[in-house]
Design a binder for this molecule. Sequence first.
Ligand SMILES: Cc1cc2nc3c(=O)[nH]c(=O)nc-3n(C[C@H](O)[C@H](O)[C@H](O)COP(=O)(O)O)c2cc1C
Length: 224
Amino acid sequence: MTQSISKEAIRAAYDHRMAVRVYNDEDISRDDMDFILDTAWLSPSSVGLEGWRFVVLDRRHIEQLRDSLKPISWGAGPQLDTASHFVLLLAEKNARYDSQVIKESLVRRGISEEDIPARLGLYKDFQERDQKIADNPRALWDWTAKQTYIAMGNMMTTAAMIGIDTCPIEGFDYDKVNAVLSEAQIIDPEKEGIASMVSFGYRLKDPKHPRSRKPRQEVITWLD
Ligand SMILES: Cc1cc2nc3c(=O)[nH]c(=O)nc-3n(C[C@H](O)[C@H](O)[C@H](O)COP(=O)(O)O)c2cc1C
């Protein structure tokens, strides 16, 4: 692949990205949102499960859900008032080694019928012995939910690279938001639950304060 993006351009996007909570009234184009969503779709997942779904809300949908979501989403108030789009990151429930979704993922990835039992045995060990999640529905959901954060990061970085602002959001009551989304027939609560949200738009203004980070040497360790 020819290198078409400079390191400086990538770094500039990281420097510009910040959690933007208040947006102007410009709409993001469908084309740009689809470009961003492709990077969620193409994100890697453990054992290639893709135990996720990304639901897109435009201004019309945000308006329909705003009154229900705002009182139960302490971290999303200004974003719900001003964002052009929201993406809801949903994580699959009950992705146990012996579930249909795991089998389907093996077939999708072209694993031959005769190799499937050995793979399932490996995943059984992985979930029972290594991760200790197989018999705990909450732990199984956390396993798929944490993978959605890869897609979240990819979407936010891609958005920053094309001049679109974002805010990652997990400041909400999970049970209540799931109930609202279930009532609105956006999720199937038997199969999936919300892991996080991301708001998208164009910043109303730049922040007053510079972004703060721990000293680089505190978080990055090169071993001698
Ligand atoms: C997983 C996650 C959840 C977050 N949840 C919220 C939220 O609910 N509401 C909010 O306004 N910001 C939220 N943030 C934004 C953080 O507060 C912000 O990223 C952090 O303070 C660093 O600032 P920066 O993104 O501007 O560099 C969240 C960030 C992450 C990574």
